[in-house]
Design a binder for this molecule. Structure first.
Ligand SMILES: [Zn+2]
Length: 144
């Protein structure tokens, strides 16, 4: 029987929707679904704590857009704890679902959607784009 749990008293999860906007107009705004856990003796207290944390997180270009979901967490028997889940009604195929809700996190390349790459240093000698999934050899962030 498994007994060790690293988060024994966590009782609620909160999922909040945030928007990231940037001073650099070439960077594309992003929406973030952020999930936190909280220990509280009731859902009302959990909601207070979570909304307070969401407000503290929303600084410097990040805004909490007021959409959130609070769920009571149920302890399981094993080492894995479900933190949050999203159930969507969708009539398409698995491939269509993945395309619409999973691969849309960032496009494959800015070139395919008409955006401008905004490079940053992924690691020495390797550039990555804030807007898309592209990485290129070189220090391209120095030119932007
Ligand atoms: Zn890009």
């Amino acid at each position: 029987m498994y007994q060790a749990r690293s988060l024994p008293d966590v009782k609620f999860s909160g999922t909040g929707l945030f928007k990231h906007e940037y001073v650099d107009s070439k960077r594309i705004s992003k929406f973030e679904e952020r999930i936190v856990m909280v220990e509280a003796d009731c859902e009302t207290r959990a909601e207070e704590l979570i909304l307070s944390e969401f407000g503290a997180y929303a600084i410097e270009g990040i805004s909490f857009i007021g959409v959130y979901d609070i769920r009571e967490m149920y302890p399981g028997e094993g080492p894995v704890i479900e933190v949050a889940s999203t159930l969507r009604i969708f009539e398409g195929t698995e491939e269509e679902y993945v395309h619409r809700y999973w691969n849309d996190l960032r496009p494959e390349s800015c070139d395919k959607v008409g955006w401008v790459h905004v490079w940053f240093c992924r690691e020495p000698g390797l550039s990555a784009c804030y807007n898309c999934q592209e990485e290129r050899v070189g220090e391209l962030w120095r030119d932007s």
